[in-house]
Design a protein around this ligand. Sequence first.
Ligand code: NAI
Length: 489
Amino acid sequence: MVKTKDIHLILKKINLFSSLDDQSLKLIEKNMKKVNLEPDEYICTEGEPGDRMFVIASGKVRVLKKGKGKSLIEITMLRDGSIAGIMSLFEKKPRSATLQAYNKVQVWELDYKTFQNILNKNPTISQEFLAVLSRYLRRETKAIADLISYDEDERLKVAMFDTKPYIQKIFDEQNDNRYSFRYFKPRLNLDTTSLATGFKVVCVFVNDSINADVVEELNRLGIEMIALRCAGYNNVDIEACKKYAISVAYVPAYSPHAVAEHTVALMMACNRRIHKANNRIREGNFSLDGLVGFDMYGKTAGIIGTGKIGKCAIDILLGFGCKILAYDKFPDSTISRKKGVEYVKLDKLLRNSDIISLHVPLNPETHYMINKESIKKMKRGVMLINTSRGGLVDTKALIEGLVNGHIGSAGLDVYEEEIEYFFEDFSNTVITDEILARLTTFNNVMITSHMGFLTNEALTNIAKTTIENISEYEKGKRGSQLTNTIIKN
Ligand code: NAI
């Protein structure tokens, strides 16, 4: 005896109909047609226009697909409570398979025309369907992201942008096969966000642009964490990340020594004209004219920003026997007490320093803190060093200062428009950035391509901390729960 299942209960279990109220559901049921089939009878055939949805109320139904030649291959069996052809209610597409009764079967059919009539006459039902479909789409997108955010070995996948061979090498060494790093050469920006499809975590560096538009797009793709492999985070729109509850972690300190030592390397190169001397020797010119430097001993170094890197730079300069003037929004009384560092107002530092070195982060307060006015206050012939962020210096004002001789020399590891050029090889093309091109013409300017961090120790620490940050995320920590979050509540 065939037992007919309660059609109402079956429809209730189908996502599409589950949110309809009883009255609407009854209307749908009323418009469905009950059909009884004998064993082997066909319900529909592959390729014919699909114009009905079937609910199997009782019995079993074979699902068959055309094989080679004319043979039909059984691909699955549907049982009572199953539904087939639901898309036929929305568009008439050729059937993708043949359905055949396996035993005595009862199906309830709803045809396209009847369904469309119901929708036309009942706007509330239509609206409910639209809401269901939109929830479906959202779940579907998330479900796909969930499925593919782990690789075949069940390791969390991480999309790493702006990757270079030395970064890949160090991350592979430190990773110990825990995460599936996918190394992408391009930087993350609005044109490249699609590369993050199927990931939950992106890993970025100083010149990736994580602005509001990019964050919105990352959120749409289901990204839950941005792991910065750097200390500065001026390139991230924090408010946008908060809005979409995307966690952001950074590497607060990887080796302040690396950056401080590079800072002093630039100072010494500018001072003793190492770059010029080296070029001369290569040309067979062993003369010393124009290479006269100065003793570091006894000179006044002005350190703007006495955080981790500023402090390391101070230690090295104290070793040379320099006098240190310091400026920081939050002076550290320990270094003034123990090391004799004198905290002064910015104006005093600018007026009295022989060397000025920048170690503050870039933010709206510090943007262009070195400008036409501040340069005027500096000693004539001052040396300016910037290993922090390009945007701290108004480069046009710097060029003017170099041209009129007010600035004696400059050592720059960063440049405000570096995103266009730094880290890449442009030796076969023309540099079209007039300001950068002009800067490279000064023989008293030493430029490096944002490489203060580039030591084995710093890279190893960057990789270790980034992997720890990702592992916290994987363990379920989010937002301000992360040790190295940049999002404070
Ligand atoms: P930090 O956070 O330890 O120190 C920053 C210092 O700046 C703090 O003492 C803070 O009080 C001070 N400060 C912040 N805003 C200020 C303001 N408006 N006026 C005066 N002082 C202010 O940071 P850390 O590790 O010393 O790094 C400094 C900067 O170095 C980073 O923000 C980053 O931009 C740059 N950096 C450059 C690298 C390179 O490869 N060239 C590598 C790593 C960092």
